[in-house]
Design a protein around this ligand. Structure first.
Ligand SMILES: Cc1cc2nc3c(=O)[nH]c(=O)nc-3n(C[C@H](O)[C@H](O)[C@H](O)COP(=O)(O)O)c2cc1C
Length: 181
């Protein structure tokens, strides 16, 4: 066995399910950004946390309106996910350029990306500065899934759903197993 010290140890918590965060500003302009740092943090109340750098345009939008949506894409949206994760909404209208169909969330009216397979609408309950990112804690106030990607209504069907998993840097993977363990 040969042990080595990783140069970027936080990558050891990857691969991570990659999502698209959508949010709108006080002026009504909306944006989409790719995020791998998103996780559940409470069952009751249902809370999730997303970690977003203040350098992101999305950070400004969420800070202004205190709400965001999480869109869960599958591997078919890989190129769009890369686009949303490289270009900033400060410079370009990413949602428009992407050509993706948008619908408005039933609870908060946030833009939701139709081609995704699941959506969460969240109201920000709290935010914590964590080093060079901000952890936005969002209460889930609305959610929906495309039934065909799920066993029941809340367990992803591994036979159908192929997630975009971020390994770090330019590296990604997805699942190939058809088993549910
Ligand atoms: C796979 C992937 C995952 C990312 N995850 C995050 C993340 O969790 N938090 C974050 O602040 N930025 C993350 N980024 C970077 C932002 O998506 C990127 O800087 C984006 O251009 C910001 O867009 P905006 O300025 O329109 O908000 C990620 C990028 C990629 C490609």
């Amino acid at each position: 066995m040969s042990l080595v010290e990783p140069s970027n140890p936080i990558r050891l918590l990857h691969p991570k399910l990659t999502v698209i965060i959508t949010a709108c500003g006080a002026d009504g302009k909306c944006n989409a950004m790719t995020a791998a740092w998103a996780m559940p943090v409470s069952h009751n109340p249902p809370l999730i946390a997303v970690s977003i750098s203040p350098e992101r345009y999305t950070h400004k939008l969420i800070s202004e309106t205190k709400m965001f949506a999480v869109n869960v894409p599958d591997i078919k949206l890989f190129e769009k996910v890369r686009f949303f994760g490289i270009v900033s909404g400060r410079d370009k209208d990413k949602l428009k350029i992407s050509g993706l169909k948008i619908r408005r969330g039933s609870r908060l009216g946030l833009p939701l990306i139709e081609d995704c397979v699941a959506w969460l609408e969240c109201e920000v309950e709290n935010s914590i500065r964590t080093g060079d990112h901000t952890l936005f804690i969002g209460r889930i106030v609305g959610s929906a899934v495309k039934k065909e990607f799920f066993v029941g209504v809340d367990v992803f069907d591994a036979k159908v759903f192929k997630p975009i998993m971020h390994l770090g840097g330019p590296h990604y993977t997805t699942t190939t197993s058809y088993e549910i363990y």
